[in-house]
Ligand binder design. Structure first.
Ligand SMILES: Nc1ncnc2c1ncn2[C@@H]1O[C@H](COP(=O)(O)OP(=O)(O)OP(=O)(O)O)[C@@H](O)[C@H]1O
Ligand SMILES: [Mg+2]
Length: 598
């Protein structure tokens, strides 16, 4: 019930459309009522033209309103019927259209809100969830909600009106017979409740399984090359078939219960009909009602079948929609873990003085990934981070960009704690080339000028030249206007790296971070970039992470990271002398230069 209220609240955003739709729905119900009440004069008149019961309120109303006799009414009946059918059709159309438009509008807003909420989540949120699953929230879950809002909410309300009108009709004709008939109702209500609870439960399971398939699909499509390289096609097919089998099970259950509900209702209806015939024939014999009235009564009761069926079906869709709303809300209501403090000031343009003070951090609050890290980087200094894979290098720069927040300790830039300034102002001053290259399915130019759309072409080209990317870009079919495919799939790894470097450079940030930014380049390109970068690095603080030590020999200082701590600090020469971890790495990479070893 609480959840249904939530759906209802969503609809209330569209008050005007809702009002129009409801008025039209009411008119549909009235026309249906008129339709039912117009049947009686025919039957009565045809059965015995002399005995005219004046029981049908609506017929009397129509006769008085137009000042006509019953004979005339029977004459006009075909035309009235046409009018009623037309009116019903027109208002059915209007109410349906406006109701659907409510669903479409609500869902459009919901999708936008959902996307905003999703894109604003912190990095840890995405670590814990699969892409496909998140995608299914924005696609199929939202679709189910639209179904619930567009079709079902309308059906629910409209058919409830119709049902109410029909119930009034039967009570007016013969309240005793009506009352007797209604006794069977509670049974149906209980059964419907049982059905809908089951449906909701299974509906939720079903969505989870759909999301599962989404995430499998996403993974295998993006990883199709690896799948092939390891000839894991059969394995992936089996995994996928397992997922579809899981979905199949709940879908069948859903179909089972869904299909059962309407024949069951029909069966109940049949029982009801038999009951009415039994009681009704006695009441006609006893002279309580005319045969015409009984005809109308029966017709009205039978007309209830459709609205009841629609209501129960609408209820199913609503329950399904409610289950999806819960999943959508899970995204909508989760707050990003890393947010600006209230009224946090912007970080003014910095010189690039970076300080880590006793920083400890763990991703999952169990095993610390960084332990008591302290260091200072002076403005315009060039720092290199080296260390074994998994030692925590990327984590250090993740903390500096405040993608994650340190568990304890402080990080300061130009003497400002980065937690006390606005996130956007912090990140706008950091140029970042991530280890995992992120490019968008857009033109080369827009990828370089990401977030800087108004940049003149000359500057884009200058950045590309510095990153040694201009050459290969010019050779592309449409140069800077070439679309580079999803994740830059149409480029080589080295080209992607150079594009990412150009993007970071165009930002002209006081702090530049390159995480394995030149790892995919050949020795010559790398050397060229080194020379070019040496120029741009001159007036900014730079942190370079590299496995290839040749890349970082010119760094002012090298930090050797080992198991989450800083093990050694010094220049290349100093560290080689120290005979520690760096020395070992160096010996492995430059075996011919071992002469300095003891
Ligand atoms: N998002 C994450 N969630 C949980 N643990 C993580 C996450 N990212 C990294 N880790 C863990 O933190 C540790 C340090 O990872 P990090 O990425 O900083 O290593 P790295 O030094 O950059 O390694 P590489 O040279 O391979 O890039 C690793 O043990 C890794 O398992
Ligand atoms: Mg890394």
């Amino acid at each position: 019930m609480k959840q249904l209220m939530k759906l209802f609240k969503l609809v209330m955003f569209e008050k005007r459309r809702l009002a129009i739709s409801l008025v039209c729905t009411l008119l549909v119900a009235l026309f249906t009522l008129g339709f039912v009440n117009l049947i009686q004069p025919i039957i009565d008149y045809m059965m015995s033209p002399s005995d005219v019961s004046e029981n049908a309120q609506f017929t009397i109303f129509v006769m008085k309103a137009f000042n006509i006799t019953r004979d005339q009414l029977v004459q006009y009946l075909p035309w009235i019927l046409v009018g009623v059918v037309f009116g019903k059709g027109l208002f059915t159309f209007l109410s349906s259209f406006f109701m659907q438009s409510i669903g479409i509008r609500v869902v459009r807003r919901m999708r936008d809100d959902l996307f905003r909420s999703l894109i604003n989540q912190s990095a840890d949120y995405f670590d814990r969830r699969s892409t496909g699953e998140l995608m299914s929230r924005l696609t199929s879950d939202v679709d189910r909600i639209q179904d619930a809002l567009s079709g079902s909410a309308k059906d629910f309300i409209q058919e409830a009106f119709v049902l109410l009108a029909l119930i009034i009709t039967v009570f007016v004709i013969d309240w005793k017979l009506a009352l007797a008939t209604m006794i069977i109702t509670p049974l149906a209500v209980i059964l419907i409740a049982v059905f809908s609870r089951q449906l909701k439960r299974i509906g939720k399971q079903n969505q989870i399984k759909v999301a599962n398939i989404f995430s499998l699909l996403h993974e295998t499509i993006t990883g199709s090359k690896i799948v092939k390289a390891f000839t894991m096609e059969e394995f992936e097919i089996k995994k996928f078939m397992e997922a579809t089998r899981n979905l199949y099970r709940t879908a069948i259950k859903l179909a089972w219960i869904g299909s059962l509900s309407s024949p069951f209702m029909e069966f109940l209806g049949g029982l009801l009909g038999a009951f009415i015939l039994l009681v009704g024939s006695q009441r006609i014999a006893a002279g309580h009602i005319t045969s015409g009235e009984f005809g109308t009564f029966l017709f009205a009761i039978l007309s209830m079948y459709m609205p009841i069926r629609k209501i129960s079906r609408a209820n199913n869709t609503l329950q399904h929609g409610v289950a999806c709303l819960e999943r959508v809300e899970e995204v909508m209501l989760s707050r990003p873990t890393i947010v600006d403090k209230p009224e946090a000031p912007a970080l003014p343009p910095v010189k690039g003085h970076v300080v880590f003070e006793d920083v400890t951090f763990s991703y999952d609050s169990s095993r610390p990934v960084l332990r008591n890290i302290s260091f200072t980087v002076l403005p315009t200094e060039k720092i290199a981070l080296v260390g074994l894979s998994g030692s925590g290098k990327t984590t250090i720069i993740n903390l500096l960009s405040r993608f994650y927040e340190s568990t304890s300790g402080r990080i300061k830039i130009d003497d400002r704690d980065i937690r006390d300034v606005r996130l956007s102002s912090l990140r706008s001053q950091i140029g970042l080339v991530t280890q995992e290259l992120i490019l968008f399915n857009d033109t080369v130019r827009n990828n370089i000028a990401y977030g800087l759309a108004d940049t003149p072409d000359e500057e884009v080209i200058r950045a590309a030249k510095t990153a040694e990317a201009h050459g290969f870009i010019s050779a592309l079919p449409q140069g800077y206007d070439t679309k580079i495919g999803e994740k830059g799939g149409l480029l080589s790894s080295g080209q992607k790296q150079r594009l990412s470097i150009a993007r970071a450079l165009l930002k002209d940030p006081p702090i530049l971070i390159l995480d394995e930014a030149t790892s995919a380049l050949d020795a010559e390109s790398e050397q060229q970039i080194q020379i070019a970068l040496a120029n741009v690095m001159k007036d900014r603080t730079t942190i370079v992470i590299a496995h290839r030590l040749s890349t970082i020999r010119n760094a002012d200082r090298i930090f050797v990271i080992d198991k989450g701590t800083i093990a050694e600090i010094g220049t290349h020469e100093e560290l080689v002398q120290q005979n520690g971890i760096y020395r070992k790495l160096s010996d492995l990479q430059f075996p011919e230069k071992k002469e300095g070893s003891p």
